[in-house]
Design a protein around this ligand. Structure first.
Ligand code: PLP
Length: 367
């Protein structure tokens, strides 16, 4: 393979000295969980997201799950989710004991279509869980207006959108609470699993803090039935080093995205990402759409360009959700996207040379 989809080792090599120092600092401290590094990272990431509180947890799925638990959303409740998303968004709702209620994406932005949300609301609906998919913010004002009208909570799935802006404001503080993932391939990635809850709501922050630590805020006093989901000191220390680079790395992604968009104009079957004027995406993925996606992917592999599909099977057609009784055709727009989307290489360490190769190969194949 000439050009990998994403180089996970490059960020380590770029920041090797600082990351190694952070590692040794933690190892020599003798304190490995719920300590100074986590506290410092939480303060720094909350401030980065322009929000009041951040609570580090084990991963992105648990961040969303713990938010729902903190809001007392559970059995008998419904939560509106995008039909087009990574399955973790739905699983968080399922683990809380609530029911995910899918809504079709907007055909241009690929994010949940706010004009279809009201039709999915019932008297059991407790929250809307929009995803800032591929690093592009969902239409939060429209979603928040509906939520206010029906008395619903809004939970952002910001796992792919660290640093993205909606109308000039950072994602993470745009609803009642947000879940972030620090899975290694995300824009802000740990060296292992990690996640965080970001919120302006002191009660949600306090409850998530208890829930992540056995439901306890004072050692051996358990106020609620919690679980164990903590961001450890080593990951927190590493994330602090990488957070300082995030804007620079996101800007590099923006440059690459702009270059893709400029260079891939004029191919009739190809759909490029659409960016509304109020959105400043962080391009977690650069997703193109083509009716012959599989052929395109195969031809790119033949010339050494790796691509991925995010995601080939929508959650409603996964065996895991067979119990909900959805059929092919239940969510036509989501299914059409799943059949046509293709993610091409993007990342802060994709070189100009590699980018030029991907673009020239794509142009050759599309011509
Ligand atoms: C990665 C991701 C998650 C889950 O995060 P993990 O840290 O892998 O648990 C949730 N939602 C979306 C949209 C994601 O991309």
């Amino acid at each position: 393979m000439l050009i990998p989809f994403l180089d996970l080792k490059a960020p380590y090599l770029e920041l090797k000295e600082e990351l190694d120092n952070a590692y040794h600092r933690v190892m020599n401290s003798g304190w490995y969980l719920l300590g100074k590094e986590l506290e410092a990272f939480e303060a720094e990431f909350a401030s980065y997201c322009e929000a009041k509180y951040c609570v580090g947890v084990g991963n992105g799925l648990e961040a969303l799950h713990l938010i729902l638990r903190a809001m007392d959303i559970g059995p008998g409740d419904e939560v509106i989710v995008p039909a087009h998303t990574y399955i973790a968004t739905w699983l968080a709702v399922s683990y809380a004991g609530a029911t995910p209620v899918p809504v079709e994406p907007d055909e241009k932005t690929y994010n949940i279509d706010p004009t279809r949300i009201e039709a999915a609301i019932t008297e059991r609906t407790k929250a809307i869980l929009p995803v800032h998919l591929y690093g592009q913010p969902a239409d939060m004002d429209s979603i928040n207006q509906i939520a206010v009208r029906y008395g619903l909570k809004v939970i952002e799935d910001a796992a792919q959108a660290h640093g993205a802006c909606y109308k000039g404001r950072r994602v993470g503080g745009l609803g009642n609470a947000a879940g972030f993932s620090f899975y290694p391939g995300k824009n802000l990635g740990a060296f292992g699993d990690g996640g965080a809850v970001v919120t302006n709501d002191a009660i949600v922050a306090e409850r998530v803090k208890m829930l992540r630590n056995y439901g306890s805020s004072v050692k051996y006093h358990n106020e609620i039935k919690g679980l164990n989901s903590r961001l450890d000191e080593v990951q927190a220390a590493w994330l602090r080093v990488k957070l300082a680079k995030l804007d620079e790395w996101n800007n590099r992604r923006r440059l690459i995205a702009r270059y893709y968009i400029e260079s891939l104009q004029g191919f009739s079957d190809l759909t490029l990402p659409y960016v509304p004027e109020w959105a400043e995406p962080v391009w977690h993925l650069f997703v193109i759409c083509h009716p012959h996606r599989n052929i395109l992917q195969k031809k790119l592999i033949e010339v050494g360009v790796a691509t991925l599909i995010h995601y080939p099977i929508p959650p409603h057609l996964q065996s895991a959700y067979a119990d909900m009784g959805f059929q092919p055709g239940s969510f036509m727009i989501a299914e059409k996207l799943a059949n046509q989307i293709l993610s091409v290489p993007i990342g802060p360490h994709l070189s100009d040379e590699s980018l030029h190769i991907v673009i020239s190969q794509l142009r050759l194949i599309l011509n």
